[in-house]
Design a protein around this ligand. Structure first.
Ligand SMILES: [Zn+2]
Length: 401
């Protein structure tokens, strides 16, 4: 039987991964439990929008034990915490649930959609309060991950909850450099990325390619003592949320990969956010690289009209713009600089559009055709560019993975 759980935490603590890891250990379940991240754009998401599932031998009272455990441990009193638990029998139709997962990771789905899919697949759902958590629980239970990564999560000793976390920064940098793991450290902002900020039970999480990678990385860290560690299989760092789409087909909250041409010149607005338009022949859309994306914005600013790109990102909650996660430059338009005629040791001044030029010293006139255009080197090369590590989505596949 597969058990899916979501939305048991609140901003004051708890963590669905911790709750599920405890159940997983209690049932001595096999394999690895899964953390499944869903559409990072959904406005009512729980922290990080991750749900958890695992497989256990179906005993006679397993459902009761799980439901009881969630009732006791979920932060049910917190506003916005709406747990969901799902049980999927071996005879259930996993394909239907995997289809549901694929929608939930990339689009917007409703509680009704989840209930309909569960019914069709013969999965049991238990929603608490408004039952929103069954969306993630069902998606996590149904996710068949073609591409996957692993995360080792170290849980704090309960007596340390709420106290500052201690993980030696230098050991994180060493670990980052020597292991096949990712999202450990942001070298642009000098920030350790493996520690969450809230009061939850997680000390740190290490993401990597294989269980062995994350385990050996954990052994390199110097940290406070922990309660236990658990390795999860996950869809993090896989781009599972991105679908190849045409601009005209995009809907609010969609996460997409779009092949297009830059159609308007990048511009920087107050706050340092960069915007530019792209068009794929079906429609035009505005792309945004916000300030926290770091030096990635310089790459966006270096684009010019006509550049061919593949853009990855999600449609923003309120704006309808495509928030960039990365882009690949497929071809670069030639860029020219205009060189005006020179006279008396300096450039002649323009007399207005199409009116030619005049030397301000001797008065000599030059026709418009006296201008020469010289090709200049572009400030960007063919290749892929991504936001700084600290601004990366859980689901985004890092370029170095
Ligand atoms: Zn002159």
């Amino acid at each position: 039987m597969i058990i899916g759980v979501d939305d048991t935490d609140s901003i004051d603590g708890m963590c669905t991964t911790y709750l599920a890891a405890n159940l997983f250990r209690r049932f001595r379940a096999g394999g690895y439990p899964k953390i499944v991240r869903l559409n990072p754009n959904i406005p009512y998401k729980t922290r990080g929008n991750g749900a958890v599932s695992f497989e256990a031998e179906g005993g006679e009272d397993i459902e009761d034990v799980v439901i009881d455990y969630v009732k006791k441990n979920a932060h049910l009193a917190a506003e916005g915490t709406n747990p969901g638990v799902v049980f999927v029998d071996d005879c259930a139709n996993i394909d239907i649930l995997n289809e549901f997962y694929k929608r939930a990771v990339s689009e917007i789905v409703t509680i009704e959609d989840a209930k309909a899919a569960a019914k069709k697949a013969k999965a049991q759902t238990h929603g608490f309060k408004n039952g929103r958590g069954i969306i993630g629980a069902l998606a996590a239970a149904g996710a068949a991950l073609d591409d996957r990564t692993y995360e080792l999560i170290a849980y704090r000793k309960p007596e340390n909850y709420g106290k500052p976390r201690w993980v030696d920064e230098e050991s994180v940098i060493q670990m980052d450099k020597k292991t096949n793991t990712f999202n450990n450290f942001d070298y642009e902002t000098n920030r350790v990325l493996i520690m969450p900020r809230g009061d939850d039970p997680i000390l740190c999480g290490i993401r990597g390619q294989t269980p062995l990678d994350v385990e050996s990385a954990w052994k390199m860290l110097k940290t406070e003592p922990v309660e236990f560690v658990q390795i999860f299989e996950t869809n993090q760092g896989t781009d599972a949320h991105l679908r190849d789409k045409r601009i005209a087909d995009l809907k609010p909250y969609d996460c997409a990969r779009i092949k297009a041409k830059v159609s308007s010149k990048p511009r920087t607005i107050a706050g340092g956010h960069v915007f530019f338009g792209i068009s794929d022949g079906t429609k035009m859309i505005e792309c945004a690289a916000y300030e926290p994306t770091g030096s990635f914005r310089d790459r966006a600013r270096a684009l010019i009209i006509g550049d061919e790109v593949t853009i990855s990102g999600c449609i923003g909650k309120y704006t309808g713009t495509l928030n960039l996660e990365k882009f690949e430059v497929l071809s670069l338009e030639k860029q020219y600089e205009e060189i005006r005629p020179v006279c008396c040791g300096r450039n002649a001044k323009s007399e207005g559009k199409d009116k030619g030029f005049q030397c301000k010293t001797c008065g000599r006139r030059f026709p418009e055709s006296a201008v020469v255009f010289r090709q200049v080197e572009r400030g960007i090369k063919i290749g892929s560019y991504e936001v700084t590590a600290g601004a990366r989505r859980h689901l985004s596949k890092p370029l170095n993975r």
